[in-house]
Design a binder for this molecule. Structure first.
Ligand SMILES: Nc1nc2c(ncn2[C@@H]2O[C@H](COP(=O)(O)OP(=O)(O)O)[C@@H](O)[C@H]2O)c(=O)[nH]1
Ligand SMILES: [Mg+2]
Length: 432
């Protein structure tokens, strides 16, 4: 007896699909199987694993970075007041485990230190670029490992850069343009007008327009909230039109009527941080944490990291297709690389050998010349010495002759002296 196929009565071929002739056919089910619960499985799994989010805050010292992060996460991360006297821009990295109901969030906040405090601001963006790239590199290295451990791996790639613009009311500073231009293809930038309570509503609107036109004219890409999901398309496209967000941060509780709210107290009234008529703080929080956190992470992975990975692998010599446009396997690339490397080694070895031989030859010639010179010197000295010896011999001979003459003279004078003495004695004897 033929076996009864499972779910037989529930599979109905779709007319269009049969006509399209695709290899994958769409079927509509007529019963309950349980795979409608797949999204719940994902939710449960995500809750169990927890979430991670990495924020980079770029802005001048004292612009309100720490206060805004505290306000965003309702934390007191106890950041010390930063000094204005650093000779270079640095980065301060802090990781926190936060919990809201049963959802755990591993939050990493990277803040610039000393940004904008140097006289020469040309290189201010470099440490930021280096840091962002280093996190991509760490992830790539993990991906390339044979034994990968992505479950325990702390993915430190930056998901969003909150760029704090000084509330000057005029225009962006050159450091802002330079930095954003250098990081816009590496990270999702959300520009913020910091301390927006220090600028009037009218000026703020003009300032926002000016910033947007400057970003466009300088070709700086800022993050756009996605509009492809119909549930968030409307709010996201409306928010895209309100960038940069004008934010105010404060952890102070201020009394408004009978309620205590977070805000900044002024003689003329209270600026409520979470009042959408007062500033864009709530918009930022909603966009960043409630609506688009996953998209920011996805963009980081699929756009920015992908670009980095692609460039890096190409630089290392990897390619998907060969010169004939045919796909290349990893093995083929490896062998090709190995062959090229081997050829290069051979070439370099040959070059080195040639260089070495030439140097030996050069040295040999120099040695021979030196030897010849030395030989000549030696011959010369020998001659000089022989001449000296001859002169010396001559002098010695003369001296010996003189000595001989002297002895002869001495002998004669001795004989004479004896003769004289004998004569004197004889004379004396005769006189007696
Ligand atoms: N008026 C105003 N002051 C702020 C705001 N945010 C922070 N501050 C104040 O600015 C000073 C520096 O803030 P801080 O967060 O330490 O700046 P950071 O160096 O960028 O981290 C502190 O005295 C804050 O109270 C704001 O939105 N408006
Ligand atoms: Mg700070």
């Amino acid at each position: 007896m033929a076996e009864k196929p499972l779910c037989m009565s529930t599979q109905i071929p779709h007319d269009e699909d049969t006509q399209r002739g695709d290899s994958v056919r769409c079927l509509t089910t007529l019963g309950h199987f349980g795979f409608e619960c797949l999204p719940h499985q994902l939710v449960n799994q995500s809750i169990q694993q927890g979430f991670s989010f990495n924020i980079l805050c770029v802005g001048e010292t004292g612009i309100g970075k720490s206060t805004l992060i505290d306000t965003l996460f309702n934390t007191n991360l106890k950041d010390k007041k930063s000094s204005h006297f650093y000779s270079n821009v640095g980065l301060k990295i802090q990781t926190y485990e936060l919990q809201e109901s049963n959802v755990q969030l591993k939050l990493t906040v990277v803040k610039t230190v000393g940004y904008g405090d140097q006289i020469n601001k040309e290189a201010s963006y470099q440490p930021i670029v280096e840091y962002v790239d280093a996190q991509f590199e760490a992830y790539l290295q993990e991906e390339l490992k044979i034994k990968r451990s992505f479950i325990d791996y702390h993915d430190s790639r930056i998901h969003v850069c909150l760029y704090f613009i000084s509330p000057t009311g005029h225009s962006l500073k050159s450091i802002d343009l330079l930095t954003m231009k250098n990081i816009d293809n590496k990270v999702n930038i959300i520009p913020l007008i910091a301390k927006a309570d220090t600028i009037s509503k009218n000026d703020l609107q003009k300032f926002k327009c000016k910033i947007v036109s400057e970003l466009v004219s300088n070709g700086i890409q800022i993050y756009q909230f996605p509009t492809d999901d119909e549930t968030t398309a409307q709010v996201n496209s409306s928010m895209n039109g309100q960038l940069p967000f004008a934010v105010v941060g404060s952890m102070d509780e201020v009394k408004v009527g009978k309620r205590m709210v977070r805000g900044r107290q002024y003689p003329w009234g209270v600026l409520q941080v979470e009042n959408e008529n007062h500033c864009d703080f709530v918009k930022l929080r909603d966009m960043l944490l409630c609506i688009n956190m996953e998209d920011l992470k996805e963009q980081t992975h699929t756009q920015h990291y992908e670009r980095y990975r692609c460039c890096k692998l190409e630089k290392m010599g990897f390619t998907d297709v060969g010169p004939d446009n045919k796909p290349l396997s990893f093995q083929e690339i490896y062998e090709d690389k190995r062959q090229k490397f081997y050829d290069q080694c051979q070439r370099e070895e040959e070059e080195l050998k040639q260089k070495f031989m030439q140097r030996v030859k050069d040295k040999e010639t120099t040695f021979k010349e030196s030897e010849k010179e030395l030989q000549e010197k030696f011959e010369h000295l020998k001659r000089v010495q022989q001449e000296e010896t001859m002169k010396f011999e001559e002098k010695r001979r003369q001296l010996e002759e003189e000595i001989m003459d002297f002895y002869k003279l001495k002998a004669v004078s001795g004989t004479l002296q004896t003769l004289v003495c004998t004569n004197i004695k004889k004379e004396k004897d005769r006189k007696k």
